[in-house]
Design a protein around this ligand. Structure first.
Ligand SMILES: [Zn+2]
Length: 72
């Protein structure tokens, strides 16, 4: 029928500003979350032999040196 509108767009019954979609408490919670979860840059250390530093060899060597220094 020609009288039947087939337009998918209908005017909203009531318009609300977008900020009303979240409450003030939600915004405060979001601030707390963002404060508690700051991005961190993780710097990986690589040993000269290609493994993660300290590699087992380095750990062993450090252990030997620390033990030797403690014995002096
Ligand atoms: Zn190594």
């Amino acid at each position: 029928m020609a009288d039947q509108p087939d337009s998918p767009q209908e005017p909203p019954a009531r318009q609300q500003p977008a900020r009303s979609l979240v409450s003030h408490q939600d915004v405060e919670d979001a601030d707390d979350i963002l404060f508690a979860h700051p991005p961190r840059v993780v710097r990986r250390w690589l040993c000269g032999c290609g493994a993660d530093y300290p590699c087992p060899d380095v750990r062993f060597a450090l252990l030997v040196k620390s033990t030797a220094e403690a014995g002096e």
